[in-house]
Design a protein around this ligand. Sequence first.
Ligand SMILES: C[S@@+](CC[C@H](N)C(=O)[O-])C[C@H]1O[C@@H](n2cnc3c(N)ncnc32)[C@H](O)[C@@H]1O
Length: 253
Amino acid sequence: MPVNPYETDRLLGEYLLFHYGRPEEILPFPFGPRGALDFAVRAVSECVNAARLPDHARGLDLGCAVGRSTFELARHCADVVGIDFSASFVRAAETLRATGRLAYRRTEEGELAVPLVATLPVEIDRGRVAFETGDACDLRTDLGTFDVALLINLVDRLPEPRRCLSRLPGLLKPGSQLVIASPYTWLEEYTPRANWLGGFQQHGHDVRGIDALRAFLEPDFEFVRAVELPFLLREHARKYQWSVSLAGVWNRR
Ligand SMILES: C[S@@+](CC[C@H](N)C(=O)[O-])C[C@H]1O[C@@H](n2cnc3c(N)ncnc32)[C@H](O)[C@@H]1O
């Protein structure tokens, strides 16, 4: 059985730094892509139209990892559910929810690491948030309905992305907001080739993930806009992944 990378301590440290690290903890150089910092915060601030959310809004964050975007949604929603397949990510998010902080280690080089502490902005009401483990392709049937849903960097990590997308009309209230962001890194180790939404040619035409998503969602969701969301994942002191996620924003018809 291959190890799920999202259950390893190395990835847990990387994601805690990615979601909660201060700029100087992530990028201590006088150069580098600063516009790619704070991705989990920008995914909410740049893609969700908070003014359109009703009072007592409910939010959903599918593939929430260690939870930063889930907490950011709680600035605008009375009740937010974060769901992830990784038990260790959900445990970390739950500790942050319960205590507001979590100690972790940032890899420097090889086995060398430094201790850091993830903290939440004090103004976020942690009592509005709940985390649970779950499979985005097989969600429990009693989740209820939501005013806003995020799928941030999730669809290209799912074995059956269409199965997950098929649940969305039933989870989202009329007039609600849907944000699906992805760098569209299709890999057979996560998604069998037959289930890729894009990244191939069909009938002589290039099929892109964003266009396939738009076509799939069109009957139930009106496409509003696309947002470029750069992000920076620090692997160790001298190695980073710089990527650009493409977010689509839709309104439930
Ligand atoms: C690339 S990470 C993105 C995490 C977070 N949304 C972000 O933007 O930083 C993908 C996340 O999806 C989770 N995941 C993978 N397969 C999943 C599934 N079937 N159901 C729910 N979560 C899943 C992983 O555990 C991981 O936390």
